[in-house]
Design a protein around this ligand. Structure first.
Ligand SMILES: *[C@@H]1O[C@H](CO)[C@@H](O)[C@H](O)[C@H]1NC(C)=O
Ligand SMILES: *[C@@H]1O[C@H](CO)[C@@H](O)[C@H](O)[C@H]1NC(C)=O
Length: 473
């Protein structure tokens, strides 16, 4: 069994000391954490940012993570997961992975944009080989997703994930029966519940919605043994709706234990990077947006347009107050003038300004960052140094955001022109190359999903959370 998973060690084994240095340098405590049943530590993944803890009023996670440390009878499932953890640890140590031909696409994750490219690559290979998801088929609209096929053609990331995972799609990760599943997909549709109740009942607003969600989960818990045995820790839901953090708090175990895959990855809204997954809000655009110009064609230094979002947030206000209509190299708009195209300007700018946090909403902030990356524009993450930066970035347990973005503290918004003009051409070329490199991880392809694209990256994030648990079966 071991040989089946071992890396092809034709590389030189890294001596233990340099290995430790390497791990430290990469700020990865992979080995130590795997020994404890953890793979990536979000404390590491988010190092360098200040995060405020969730407000005390939110229900505390009733910890299924307590299960992790309880002596468990290791089951069949655990043996496979233990092998996956071991091979990831080994790949990180030896900097060598199970041979991977790139699945025909020829893409191999390497380079500085990854926290640990070898661990990630091996983890991805293990995911493809093993990860099985069972989708519950119980329930009817509006509680669960409606038929997904029709929605997918022009749909967003949520539709694509549902199609990939809900069992009807017949994707790679579909479990044939619940017994072989590592994770259980709750096909709850927050958007559909929200729309339904909104029309029906404007007065008693949250209660009926919360009852629908709690009732659905209770129903599954009564009917099947799966929820109770893990107290929800191996269950997940997917939603890009801004109410997902609220509705998924309908049950303490759903909020605290389950893996909530949400576009709203704001920790001040209760997002927990250890158990939840930040879903990048992406849609398929028809026709596909232009890739954006080469570096030499990017004549605009920096670009930002607030768009139609009503709430602003302090950072955005400061940006508009200082720069709107005041500079011909730093183009900042409250509202884009008629005839000016957002995507086209992103394609002509060297840097795209992305004020994060504040009141605008994590999903809206994240959408702008993702659009910048797919337009080949280097994102400039502007966040207040204090509690505003509580937003968890997509795939940050794999990607090192500092390597392909520029961070500017909100206090220095006035100096932004000098700061960005001061980035040397050489440095800019490096940044831009990396942005193009990570672009594939944010791209939404028409079904079926492609290797390492955004849908598979999200599934990998779920896989990582699952890998971090030891459950007694
Ligand atoms: C799971 O637990 C709930 C609450 O304790 C209980 O009502 C339900 O019957 C249990 N489900 C099964 C399948 O035993
Ligand atoms: C892994 O689990 C531990 C608790 O056992 C937790 O502290 C840590 O944040 C988890 N990491 C991830 C990435 O889920």
């Amino acid at each position: 069994m071991a040989s089946k998973n071992s890396c092809a060690c034709h590389g030189v084994l890294v001596a233990l000391t340099s290995c430790l240095l390497l791990l430290a340098a990469a700020a990865t405590v992979l080995a130590a954490h795997v020994a404890l049943g953890q793979v990536w530590s979000p404390a590491v993944a988010t190092a360098g940012h200040h995060h405020s803890p969730p407000p005390a009023s939110l229900p505390l996670p009733s910890s299924a993570r307590g299960l992790v440390n309880r002596p468990v009878q290791v089951g069949r499932m655990e043996v496979g997961l233990a092998q996956a953890r071991a091979s990831i640890r080994r790949a990180s140590r030896t900097r060598n992975c199970t041979p991977d031909d790139g699945g025909g696409g020829g893409f191999i994750p390497r380079g500085a944009v990854y926290r640990d490219a070898y661990a990630f690559h091996q983890s991805y290979i293990e995911m493809e080989k093993r990860f099985k998801v069972w989708a519950y088929r119980d329930g009817e609209p509006p509680v669960v997703h409606k038929g997904v096929d029709a929605a997918v053609a022009g749909g967003g990331i949520e539709d694509h994930l549902v199609a990939e995972l809900d069992g009807r799609g017949g994707g790679r990760h579909r479990a044939r029966h619940p017994g072989e599943a590592h994770a259980f997909f709750l096909p709850i549709s927050v958007a559909s519940i929200a729309g339904y109740i909104y029309r029906r009942d404007m007065i008693d607003f949250w209660d009926p919605q919360l009852r629908l969600v709690a009732g659905y989960v209770d129903g599954l818990a009564a009917k099947y043994p799966f929820w109770n045995r893990s107290r929800g820790a191996d269950h997940f839901l997917v939603s890009c709706h801004e109410w997902a953090p609220i509705l998924s708090a309908a049950k303490a175990e759903l909020r605290g234990n389950a893996i909530r895959v949400m576009c709203d990855a704001d920790m001040s809204d209760g997002f927990d990077p250890a158990t939840d997954v930040a879903l990048p809000p992406v849609v398929v655009r028809v026709p596909a947006p232009p890739r954006g110009g080469a570096a030499s064609e990017r004549t605009v230094l920096a670009f930002f347009a607030a768009g139609g979002v009503a709430r602003g947030g302090a950072v955005r206000e400061a940006l508009l107050a200082r720069w709107e209509g005041r500079d011909d190299r730093v183009l900042v708009y409250g509202r884009l003038p008629a005839g000016v195209d957002h995507g086209e300007l992103m394609g002509r700018a060297r840097f795209c300004l992305c004020p994060c946090g504040g009141d605008e909403g994590a999903a809206a902030a994240s959408r702008r960052v993702v659009e910048a990356i797919t337009a080949g524009c280097v994102p400039v993450l502007i966040a207040a140094a204090d509690d505003d930066d509580s937003y968890s970035r997509p795939f940050s347990d794999v990607l090192d955001w500092a390597r392909f973005s520029v961070a500017v503290p909100a206090e220095r918004v006035d100096e932004i022109k000098d700061i960005l003009a001061g980035v040397s051409d050489r440095r800019y070329t490096v940044l831009r190359r990396r942005v193009l490199r990570v672009g594939r991880h944010f791209r939404l392809n028409r079904p079926p999903a492609k290797r390492f694209d955004v849908v598979n990256m999200v599934i990998h994030s779920i896989w990582l959370r699952r890998l971090n648990l030891s459950l007694p079966y």
